[in-house]
Design a binder for this molecule. Structure first.
Ligand code: UT7
Length: 309
């Protein structure tokens, strides 16, 4: 059993900061940022926190799922992934459940940093396999600008704000999930509540280059599937150099690995659902397509999941 996409949505704050904007106070430049990261701009939310952005993305995903006949009452579970919750209790997921009127869904938030969306999706599939749920709404929402040290040019240039949401339903196609954590290396990327993020960029870079290809191979082996049977590989949008290196190591066709990091920066747990929503709206997701998603980030955490269109 695995999940099948029946709706996508996203919310991106109107305010956009390009790389030139950052040079107003930071000793950096557009060329360096583009060359080292592939990022040209990022959305910044001044007014909406992760909760409101999550709700906006969720509403759009439900509108999209409505075209397939799914109503809020049909949802069995709502999961919100975030490392920047603006409300702790009740959870953002419960707030969404209330606003949507998803009276039959249980709801909670999870934090697995940039792996959050893949972890939440894999968790939804595990619930589907037990028969506990059939339909789930999964949202990734981040106001990362609120945890940036805007004077740390080694980290603040990377991140952006936004939310993405996905409605999935159980389908009989064979699936597989892979998830890993290495808490002992957690100091590579950390932030205490209310504090500012600190990162050892090179350590995270090396970790991603090793673990992302590994986890994709592990998933495909579990699925007994060859790479050429996968229609799209969706990688967490952290750095274009990481994406390109993974493409090379795995010998993937670059056109099968879409990216929007140039326009979004790294939106942590929101990066994959924002990318999925873009692909959906551009008509690039066609029924029957097989997608592999891979996430990695703070924890350290990394994982991969399989999803059908
Ligand atoms: O979701 C996971 C989130 N985290 C990541 O994905 C982070 C992965 N790591 C990276 O993306 C890269 O390590 C960075 C983009 C953060 C940094 O790139 P790098 O190639 O590893 O640069 P570096 O830290 O080795 O720094 C090289 C030089 C240094 O100068 P010196 O010591 O050689 O004179 C830095 O001070 O570049 C300097 N530098 C900058 N220069 C201009 C660092 N940041 C900047 C900057 N603008 N923004």
């Amino acid at each position: 059993m695995t999940g099948k996409i029946i709706g996508t949505g996203s919310y991106l704050p109107e305010l956009v900061w390009n790389n030139h904007k950052l040079t107003e106070w930071l000793d950096t430049n557009d060329e360096w940022i583009r060359e080292r990261t592939g990022i040209g701009q990022r959305h910044i939310s001044k007014d909406l926190g992760a909760g409101k952005m999550a709700l906006e993305a969720a509403k759009k995903a439900m509108e999209d799922a409505g075209k397939a006949g799914l109503r809020a009452e049909d949802l069995d579970a709502i999961f919100v992934c975030t490392v920047t919750p603006d409300i702790m209790v009740p959870s953002i997921a419960c707030e969404i459940q209330k606003t949507l009127g998803a009276v039959n869904a249980f709801a909670y938030d999870i934090n697995a940093a940039c792996s959050g969306f893949v972890f939440a999706y894999n968790m939804a599939v595990a619930y589907m396999e037990t028969g506990l749920i059939k339909n789930a709404l999964i949202v990734g929402s981040e106001q990362l600008s609120s945890m940036m040290d805007w004077n740390d040019r080694g980290s603040c240039i990377l991140f952006g704000d936004g939310a993405g949401a996905l409605v999935v339903t159980a389908c009989e196609q064979k699936g597989a999930s892979v998830m890993h954590s290495d808490g002992a290396s957690g100091e590579a990327l950390q932030c205490v509540t209310g504090g500012k993020l600190s990162m050892d960029g090179q350590k995270v870079f090396r970790f991603a280059l090793k673990r992302v290809p590994e986890v994709v191979e592990e998933l495909l082996a579990k699925m007994e599937m060859e790479k050429d049977q996968v229609d799209l590989f969706l990688l967490h949008q952290a750095n274009m150099r990481i994406i390109e290196a993974v493409i090379k190591r795995l010998g993937l066709e670059p056109e099968k690995v879409p990216s929007n990091i140039e326009r979004m920066g790294n939106t942590s747990s929101a990066s994959l659902p924002i990318l999925l929503d873009e692909l959906n709206r551009e008509g690039k997701l066609r029924t029957g397509m097989k997608l592999v998603m891979a996430g990695f980030g703070a924890g350290l955490t990394w994982g991969a999941g399989f999803i059908m269109v």
